[in-house]
Design a protein around this ligand. Structure first.
Ligand code: SF4
Length: 235
């Protein structure tokens, strides 16, 4: 259960967006620039997250998504992710941020690629194929991607790992943050809490997707979510 209650009063929801800001601003005040390994699911979801984080941190994108339906879709999403990063890095090189919510504090973004191994995902969600999007299958999918990101972050000595997944209004930020915190304990690398959709983050991701003409798929990623979307349309 994601919402814990105490007595008759519902527990107050943590403000993850505020936590992100406080952690990063505190480090900036101390003159420290954290190295963050950011799991990204696709270019549209990372657009606002990168615009925001590159001001405050040294960001490396980790494209680890074995959940995606097939190789073609996987490569298409990855290509768009790399194109977006290239556009952002060009802005830094030229110190030209017209139309962006960025300043000259913005840093270049690096990339760490991973292998596409859909068998790992299918094994992780075995028996949960028929669950609706947002249910237990997604929990396993988040955990799989966060664990691998944390593992890589530890291996490469990053200060934090985090994910773009909280930008989506369809995904439960509390659940993602809970899994991130559990993974932090298991892997021994710090998790940066987030709720990137807040403060108009999701709205900004739509504006940026339009501005950069990003390929924006209409389903989450796995074959089951694709089928759910197709069935929904047919009905
Ligand atoms: S719907 Fe999305 S989050 Fe859920 S299992 Fe499929 S790809 Fe993963």
């Amino acid at each position: 259960m994601d919402n814990v209650t105490s007595g008759n009063r519902p527990a107050q929801k943590p403000n993850y967006a505020k936590q992100t800001e406080e952690i990063l601003d505190d480090l900036l005040t101390k003159g420290q620039t954290p190295r963050i390994l950011l799991h990204s699911c696709c270019a549209p979801c990372s657009s606002h997250v990168l615009e925001y984080l590159r001001e405050k941190a040294d960001v490396t994108v980790f494209y680890y998504n074995p959940n995606i339906t097939d190789r073609e879709e996987y490569e298409e999403r990855k290509k768009e992710e790399l194109r977006l990063i290239e556009e952002y890095n060009k802005q830094v090189e030229e110190n030209d941020f017209s139309g962006m919510h960025s300043t000259s504090a913005a840093r270049k973004i690096k990339v760490l690629d991973a292998d596409y191994d859909p068998a790992v995902f299918l094994e992780a969600v075995k028996g949960l194929e028929e669950c609706r999007e947002g249910g237990p299958r997604c929990e396993k999918c988040f955990a799989l991607r966060l664990k691998e990101t944390a593992r890589k972050a530890r291996e490469e000595n990053f200060d934090f790992f985090t994910t773009t997944l909280t930008i989506s209004p369809l995904k439960n930020a509390e659940r993602i943050n809970r899994i991130g915190t559990e993974t932090e304990k298991e892997e021994g690398v710090r998790f940066l809490p987030s709720d990137f959709k807040k403060k108009d983050g999701y709205k900004r991701s739509l504006e940026l997707s339009e501005r950069f003409h990003l390929y924006r798929q209409d389903y989450c990623g796995c074959e089951f979510s694709k089928r759910e979307r197709t069935d929904g349309r047919e009905q």
